[in-house]
Design a protein around this ligand. Structure first.
Ligand code: ATP
Ligand code: MG
Length: 645
């Protein structure tokens, strides 16, 4: 092992940076001559080791920044790592730091011609992917309701490194045939999907040893964060770049493997020693992030998983506060508990940006957003849109605005052709012209134009139906808001279109819309709701440091906060309904472990006895994970502070 002190040219700054490390971390940073795996629990400084190691390599001239490849699991994680690096060394220009996808896209740009696409190829997202598969299904007379399951099957094959030409693929199966057609189709569009980014680069490496050699020579050091969540094709790609493990350093934690549903294989991390017999394995045991009670609760919870390596983890800090568990009567009360506790924390000088609400699914954000707005607490929804900014919510709200006030031309514009009813640009041009000429709203203009012969018959019928729907609902003063919105969703076919799509995304939209229906019950009439909405949408923008983070458990991986709220700990919500099959419960438990270990000082867990989910009151039992928490480290809160109290 090289000792930092003996290295020629080491400057005092990097000595300082090493001085902060414990002995194991130090060893991991300065070991450069063999494959290295850091396998350890949450908050033990794995990411810190990675960033320090990069700085150490650069500062001591072991490699230029451009010879270092650092892969992280999300763009945000990459950004954070870059920031942490900047604090250690300002010489980071040229370093290859990004997600697997981003790095592969960059390599593919240089060599696209080798796999028959142009350098200007486009990257298609999951939505486009689904559209193309639907097109294909239509051509081969298969019901398009299968599209989403076939799309995910294709993605899983790609995660495993199985291309459409692979002999392991059952080319006679229905999915296999569609995979082949799909692949030809997107190639003819000069497009690649996310999985292709890796597969094409692997193909180039396999067929063009000279290219592979170039990258092997180029990347002297390869560092991978969150290695437990890599999939097979990412693994193959890494193995090609570093067949003997020279210069490779992977860090991860098998207890935090939470992406198996997306093809991640925790086996990759468990196999490391077999892959590289010469490898050095470093285990970090000291946690620097969380107070004792928090760490104790998390460690005990994860010990219920049978499928794990098991690790020692300890902290030198004091025990701190116990993990506080709050039972509430319903979801509304839960949100009130969270909002009031945040106020109290803020008074104790905890910054809003140091507080996070960790939820299992996106639809849960709404209840908290409403409360935060009512209390004037600034927040953001990390990695997603705020509830009332989501497309499907804006659509239905635009319908409500139009019903409330037909002069609202922005609302008219938004929904006149949503869902698509054939009222296209040429009809719109006529509405615009008349509205300008007579200085009337688009809605009035449309009404007038309907009476003339200016529109094609099919457009005329569609417009008539649209206007009739709005008019009929305007007159129904007896209907509750929820009923109005429901009528819109059903009569326009908005719901059924989403239902047909059957994708995770459309499912999320349906969940959001059902959540909107619940929200609408809190308003007397359209006027108060519209006023509420305009306040929500105009809420002042705060700088990122000063806002509470609402974030899903999955995207909270790697992050840390002073205080966290783990909400909705009820069977069916968390563990999630879809994961209740036994083999998935362990992954949900890992998610709970990831959640609790995000906290430095305070962790609150809450559950509601009654919860309205999708317009139906449910009384789910408390999450099984609550009963798996150790009594020594938790405290059940009887009351929570009332306003002013
Ligand atoms: P996770 O498993 O959640 O990704 P991790 O193992 O990557 O966690 P880090 O995020 O690197 O852990 O470190 C956790 C916290 O501990 C950070 O705030 C980091 O700055 C701090 N930390 C790590 N090592 C040390 C150390 N030797 N001295 C002081 N603080 C440290
Ligand atoms: Mg980390």
């Amino acid at each position: 092992m090289q000792q930092a002190g003996t290295i020629k040219g080491i400057n005092s700054e990097s000595n300082d940076m090493l001085g902060f490390l414990n002995a194991e971390q130090y060893e991991a940073v300065v070991t450069l001559d063999k494959a290295l795996l850091v396998l350890s629990g949450a908050g033990t400084g794995k990411t810190k080791v990675l960033t320090t190691k990069i700085a150490y390599i650069i500062e001591n001239g072991y490699a230029f920044p451009s010879q270092i490849l650092a892969v992280t699991f999300s763009n945000r994680a990459a950004r954070e790592m870059r920031e942490r690096l900047f604090n250690l060394t300002n010489n980071v220009d040229g370093i290859w730091l990004g997600t697997f996808h981003a790095v592969c896209a960059r390599i593919l740009k240089y060599h696209a011609d080798l796999v028959g696409i142009s350098r200007e190829f486009t990257i298609i997202d999951a939505d486009d992917q689904l559209k193309i598969i639907k097109q294909i299904l239509k051509e081969v007379n298969i019901d398009k309701k299968n599209a989403s399951s076939i799309a995910s099957k294709i993605s899983r094959w790609k995660d495993k490194g199985i291309t459409a030409k692979d002999s392991r693929l059952d080319a006679t199966s229905r999915e296999g045939k569609i995979y082949k057609i799909y692949q030809e189709r997107i190639a003819s569009y000069d497009s690649v999907d996310f999985g292709d980014l890796l597969l094409y680069v692997i193909e180039i490496f396999q067929k063009h040893p000279d290219v592979l050699q170039k990258y092997r020579g180029k990347f002297r050091y390869i560092l991978v964060d969150e290695y437990q969540d890599t999939n097979m094709s990412q693994y193959m790609w890494l193995r090609m770049l570093s067949p003997l493990g020279q210069g490779i350093c992977c860090v991860g934690d098998d207890d935090q493997a939470i992406y198996s549903w997306r093809g991640a294989e925790v086996g990759n991390i468990l196999r490391f020693e077999k892959d590289f017999p010469d490898a050095k394995i470093v285990r970090l045991e000291r946690n620097y992030r969380s107070k004792g009670h928090i760490l104790g609760a998390a460690s005990f919870l994860i010990s219920h998983n049978e499928n794990r390596l098991g690790k020692v983890i300890w902290t030198e800090t004091d025990q701190g506060e116990k993990v506080m568990v709050q039972r509430t009567y319903n979801g509304f009360e839960e949100a009130r508990f969270v909002a009031e506790t945040i106020r109290a924390l803020h008074q104790k000088d905890i910054k809003y940006g140091e507080i996070a609400i960790l939820m299992r699914a996106g639809f849960q954000s709404r209840e908290f957003e409403e409360r935060f707005m009512a209390y004037g607490l600034p927040y953001r929804v990390v990695g997603g849109l705020k509830f009332y900014e989501r497309q499907e919510i804006k659509d239905i709200v635009a319908y409500l605005r139009l019903i409330y006030q037909t002069n609202d031309s922005l609302a008219f514009e938004r929904v006149v052709n949503v869902p698509k009813r054939g009222i296209g640009a040429s009809a719109m041009a006529k509405f615009y012209a008349l509205s300008r000429e007579k200085n009337i709203s688009l809605y009035c203009a449309a009404q007038e134009i309907l009476k003339t012969g200016a529109l094609r018959p099919s457009v005329k019928i569609a417009l008539q139906e649209f206007l009739e729907l709005i008019e009929s609902l305007r007159l129904r003063k007896d209907l509750r808001l929820t009923e109005i919105a429901e009528t819109v969703l059903n009569r326009t076919g908005y719901f059924s279109a989403l239902n047909q799509e059957q994708t995770l995304e459309s499912q999320g939209k349906i969940e959001n819309l059902k959540e909107l229906l619940i929200a609408l019950e809190n308003f007397e009439d359209l006027a108060t709701f519209i006023e509420h909405i305009s306040l929500v949408v105009d809420s002042p923008k705060n700088s990122l440091d000063e806002v509470i983070n609402i974030i899903t458990l999955h995207s909270a991986k790697g992050l840390e906060f002073e205080a966290i709220f783990l909400v909705g700990w009820e069977e069916g919500v968390f563990p999630h309904n879809l994961s209740l099959k036994e083999e998935n419960v362990e992954e949900e438990r890992r998610l709970a472990y990831v959640g609790i270990t995000r906290a430095k000082k305070y962790a609150f867990i809450s559950y509601a006895l009654n919860r309205k989910i999708f317009n139906q009151w449910l009384s789910n039992s408390p999450s099984r994970f609550l009963s798996e928490l150790p009594n020594d480290h938790i405290c059940h809160i009887k009351h929570f502070p009332r306003p002013g109290g």
